[in-house]
Design a protein around this ligand. Structure first.
Ligand SMILES: Nc1ncnc2c1ncn2[C@@H]1O[C@H](COP(=O)(O)OP(=O)(O)OP(=O)(O)O)[C@@H](O)[C@H]1O
Ligand SMILES: Nc1ccn([C@@H]2O[C@H](COP(=O)(O)O)[C@@H](O)[C@H]2O)c(=O)n1
Length: 233
């Protein structure tokens, strides 16, 4: 008689610059594999939303650090309906607005903010059942350096700007050139900060998505996960 052995949860880290397809890919991979999904950018955006709403000067790291432990940020990890609340309020829409997008890199550069959010992310990953796909900027390098599969998504600046401007509408819409400049500013800030910058982990697989369709990128990541699972059996 064979005894059932519980499989250990699979941790997948997907990092990369803005607009490379991390969220779309991670959500779809999580759905395909039955894993949870964690959007860590949404957590930094939620913290930023709270700072802006409470009149904190986000250009003053000490002011941000002093109140970083006040908001209660809760992330739901169902890839089909990911949620994010701050003090019980659903902030999934306002955190995508321009004000938060322009302020988030300053807030996420504050070490006290990163320490709190990193702890939250590790706790969520530690409670994953089958596994979890965690996407962000420093997951493979800092948050979950022992992740089973690490992917670093890239795409050319022009492709990323075209993708991003295609999805912006109404007041948030901007030309492709302005969108590209905004993406470049955010990437420079995220890569240049001292605390846990945007970076590829040495053992991450880099996937350039410039010439790939979204289904091709998803397939590539699922294949890497399956290969990793087979190698562990
Ligand atoms: N391989 C692809 N081909 C075409 N479009 C794509 C591809 N991957 C993602 N997209 C589209 O590009 C846009 C940006 O993708 P997504 O939001 O997943 O990127 P991201 O890396 O999570 O960005 P951010 O870090 O800014 O949150 C979305 O409109 C998405 O549908
Ligand atoms: N692991 C992470 C994830 C995100 N950030 C910061 O949040 C910003 C928003 O991220 P999106 O993925 O929602 O675009 C991002 O620009 C970073 O400043 C981070 O620092 N670490």
């Amino acid at each position: 008689m064979r005894t059932a052995v519980a499989e250990t949860p699979v941790i997948v880290a997907i990092d990369g610059p803005s607009g490379t397809g991390k969220s779309s890919t991670s959500k779809a991979v999580a759905e395909r594999t039955g894993f949870g999904y964690l959007d860590t950018g949404a957590q930094y955006r939620a913290m930023t939303w709270w700072m802006l709403g409470n009149g904190v000067d986000i250009a003053d790291p000490a002011a941000v650090a002093a109140v970083a432990d006040k908001p209660v940020i809760v992330s739901g990890t169902d890839p089909m309906a990911p949620t994010i609340t701050v003090d019980g309020t659903d902030v999934s829409l306002p955190i995508r607005g321009r004000a938060v997008t322009e302020a988030v890199s300053a807030v996420s550069a504050v070490p006290e903010v990163r320490a709190l959010i990193t702890e939250l992310q590790r706790s969520i990953a530690a409670h994953a059942e089958a596994g979890i796909v965690v996407e962000g900027r420093d997951i493979g390098t800092t948050v979950l350096p022992g992740a089973d599969v690490k992917i670093f998504l890239t795409a050319s600046p022009a492709v990323r700007a075209a993708r991003r401007s295609a999805e912006l509408t109404g007041q948030e819409a901007a030309g492709v050139a302005a969108t590209q400049a905004a993406l470049a500013r955010r990437d420079a800030a995220d890569s240049g900060r001292k605390a846990s910058p945007l970076a590829k982990a040495d053992d991450a697989v880099e996937v350039d998505t410039s010439e790939l369709t979204l289904p091709q990128v998803i397939e590539c990541v699922v294949t890497l996960i399956e290969a990793r699972k087979r190698s562990e059996r």
